[in-house]
Design a protein around this ligand. Structure first.
Ligand SMILES: *Cc1c(COP(=O)(O)O)cnc(C)c1O
Length: 395
């Protein structure tokens, strides 16, 4: 008698998909760090020079942030205990919001627990099924997911081009873009986007996760660098887990925008507030971002040095003047092989592969920070010159 074949179980199906991902050279694994974030990190007993973090100003491991956190934990305890709208919103959160608003020249700021949640919450609060969102193809996943969640029609335009806004658009249209593109390091064309928005009546939203703290004279980000104000970009998102070295995110805008989001943004309303001690550490960080402009100056010098060195080695760099400096490889397996070669030489430079980046554009995403020394960059260039995988990229 035939034994009826049972269909593969859930776990069997997941396992098959997982093996398929592995077969394509796209398997993702975590690395377990021992100790604090910084230029020198410990992984599996090996000390590596780190060229992969988003800690652009080198503040994540700063002892002054640590001291603020510890001091605030003694005052506020560890957990915030509730959402902001219940009883989790402390003086520390409130002061941080006011100080960020002052720093950015905006009426109000609203904290979110993460940048991912900020983007989901803002887009789904502002847009419904009648909405129309225009997004750069290379926007961060959270901006794309926010548009999907809102139910609005999503139109993606080619990277670094401009959206063509249809004449029959309804009143609810929004253009959303990264300020600094996270895997390429290039900048939005803010002036052009702002003028398209002004002409068409769309509202412009900029997610400056990688620019805040890093770009502009005072570190106010890509808008400061490109000379754009609140009228050009009414919705400005920033994150605190990158250059600020802590955790969390915010949106900056008008009184009306912020009060509206407090009423409507579900990822704000239905989630626990970030710990007050994190907000206090971030206040210290905001002070250092403003006072220690040497961090931005040193970083600018490292970026030029890296680019000049990589160009003379014939490496395929992106069009980037930011601390994000991708070295294009193309094929995912070759990118992983270069990553392994660099690990063996004592460097952490993580390979970024599809679907995070488009097919055929796997890369080593090198990031520079204010805590790197010139010698670190020179040693990295030396190690990159020993990777044959990096010489094959064809655009
Ligand atoms: C990192 C990042 C986010 C997500 O911020 P988190 O606070 O890490 O959730 C959002 N947008 C962009 C452009 C980012 O690079």
């Amino acid at each position: 008698m035939d034994v009826p074949l049972s269909p593969p179980s859930w776990m069997e199906r997941l396992d098959a998909q997982r093996q398929d991902i592995r077969g394509q050279g796209l398997y993702r694994c975590r690395r377990v760090l021992n100790g604090r974030q910084g230029v020198r990190i410990q992984i599996d007993g090996q000390t590596l020079t780190n060229f992969s973090s988003n800690d652009y100003l080198g503040l994540a491991g700063d002892s002054r942030l640590e001291a603020s956190l510890v001091k605030a934990a003694a005052q506020y305890g560890v957990g915030s205990g509730a959402a902001h709208l219940i009883c989790g919103h402390s003086v520390a959160h409130h002061q941080l919001e006011e100080e960020l608003a002052g720093f950015l020249g905006r009426e109000r700021v609203l904290l979110f627990s993460t940048g991912y949640m900020a983007n989901l919450g803002i887009l789904s609060a502002l847009l419904g099924r009648n909405g129309l969102v225009y997004e750069d193809r290379l926007n961060h996943a959270s901006l794309l997911d926010g548009a999907r969640l809102s139910g609005a029609t999503l139109k993606r335009y080619a990277h670094a081009s401009l959206p063509e806004i249809s004449q029959e658009q309804g009143p609810d249209s929004l253009i959303a873009t990264d300020g600094v593109f996270s895997m390429d390091g290039d900048l939005m064309d803010g002036k052009a986007l702002a003028s398209i928005a002004a002409v068409s009546g769309a509202i412009l939203m900029v997610d400056d996760a990688h620019g805040i703290g890093v770009l502009g004279e005072t570190g106010a980000g890509v808008l400061e660098l490109q000379g754009l104000g609140p009228n050009d970009v009414p919705i400005l998102v920033g994150t605190l887990g990158k250059a600020f070295g802590t955790f969390g995110a915010f949106v900056a805008g008008s009184e009306v925008l912020i009060e509206f989001l407090i009423q409507k943004a579900r990822t704000y309303i239905y989630t626990t507030a970030m710990p007050a001690a994190i907000a206090e550490a971030t206040r210290t960080s905001l002070r250092l971002v403003q006072e220690e402009s040497w961090r931005r100056e040193h970083l600018t010098g490292l970026i030029s040095r890296f680019r000049a060195g990589a160009q003379s080695l014939g490496l395929a760099l992106g069009e980037s003047a930011s601390p994000i400096q991708p070295v294009l490889v193309g094929d995912s397996r070759s990118a992983v092989s270069a990553q392994t070669r660099l690990l063996n030489a004592g460097f952490l430079v993580v390979a970024i592969r599809p679907p995070t980046v488009p097919k055929g554009t796997a890369r080593l995403r090198c990031t520079l920070t204010a805590r790197h020394a010139v010698e670190d960059v020179d040693r990295l260039l030396d190690a990159l010159s020993g990777c044959p995988e990096l010489r094959q990229f064809k655009a």
